[in-house]
Design a protein around this ligand. Structure first.
Ligand code: 9MG
Length: 272
């Protein structure tokens, strides 16, 4: 069971985390209210398609994406979280900023998805002071530059040791294991070959004793491998999600919820 605020998520079957990007480029440039309304209606659509968790983010972390201020991020995500807090599924806030974590949790978020693994000052304290779950993700470098020649001696070992250390620190600070999820951070400071090694060896992360989340949906590695632009990566994303689940992922973070749920129904029928 994952303890996620007042929710208890049964991990005996793989869960689907639906992505809700509250960024002007993702929905509309038509102003704050339109952005909020579009994000909320997209979120309801993802719930009707079978999403178990929604991941709501106000700052893109794609390579080269523009950084946004704390206030701008708050203005984007809080109205969406407030509008969805009775939607019946746990809401995760995708942020690495402590101020945004605190406000999002107060508004109803029950999980923090931190690409920075709670390393920013105050981020750890913000989650400790709550009953929210946390996803600790690995990345090398910063989103603006992380894809410029990422380097590892042993990518699997380095990422496992980073996550082992973060789980230890976070647990020692008072966040129980039941609230912790780990994520190798596909595409965050990794070449296609690094990502493939991680996906091939994903089973190894089970050793850390906490659930694993995998985010591969529409990522550029899939584009490179399948020879498809971002609009045409559904098949590759489904293949990647199934491989991740087959190799131990408990949660897959995806854009395309309905097709992923359908694919997982087949997986479940065979495996559960
Ligand atoms: C925000 N975000 C983008 N990609 C991600 C991934 O692979 N994992 C997690 N946890 N968050 C992600």
């Amino acid at each position: 069971m994952l303890h996620c605020g007042s929710f208890r998520l049964d991990l005996s079957r793989p869960l689907v985390m639906g992505i809700v990007n509250v960024t002007p480029d993702s929905f509309s440039d038509g102003g704050r209210h339109l952005l909020r309304d579009a994000a909320i209606s997209h979120a309801h659509q993802l719930i009707s398609e079978g999403a178990d968790i929604l991941d709501i983010g106000g700052e893109s972390t794609r390579p080269g994406a523009q950084a946004v201020s704390v206030q701008e991020e708050l203005d984007r995500v809080l109205p969406v979280i407030e509008g969805l807090c009775d939607a019946g599924v746990p809401l995760s806030v995708d942020t690495f900023k402590a101020e945004v974590m605190r406000a999002a949790i107060a508004a109803g978020a029950s999980m923090v998805n931190d690409i920075n693994a709670l390393q920013q000052p105050e981020a750890l304290a913000a989650v400790v002071a709550s009953n929210a779950a946390v996803c600790l993700m690995h990345k090398q470098g910063q989103p603006q530059t992380m894809q410029i020649e990422p380097e590892y001696q042993d990518v699997l070992h380095e990422i496992m040791e980073f996550l082992r250390s973060r789980v230890g620190i976070v647990e020692a600070a008072g966040i129980k294991r039941e609230r912790i999820v780990i994520d190798p951070g596909f595409g965050f400071g990794k070449t296609v070959e690094h990502n493939l090694i991680l996906l091939r060896k994903l089973h190894a992360f089970a050793e850390l004793g906490v659930p694993l989340l995998a985010g591969l949906s529409r990522k550029s590695m899939l584009g490179k491998l399948a020879g498809q632009d971002v609009e045409n990566r559904l098949s590759a994303s489904l293949a990647a999600a199934l491989i991740a689940v087959q190799r131990g992922a408990s949660i897959v973070r995806v854009h395309d919820v309905r097709p992923t749920c359908d694919a997982l129904k087949i997986w479940n029928a065979v495996n559960i």
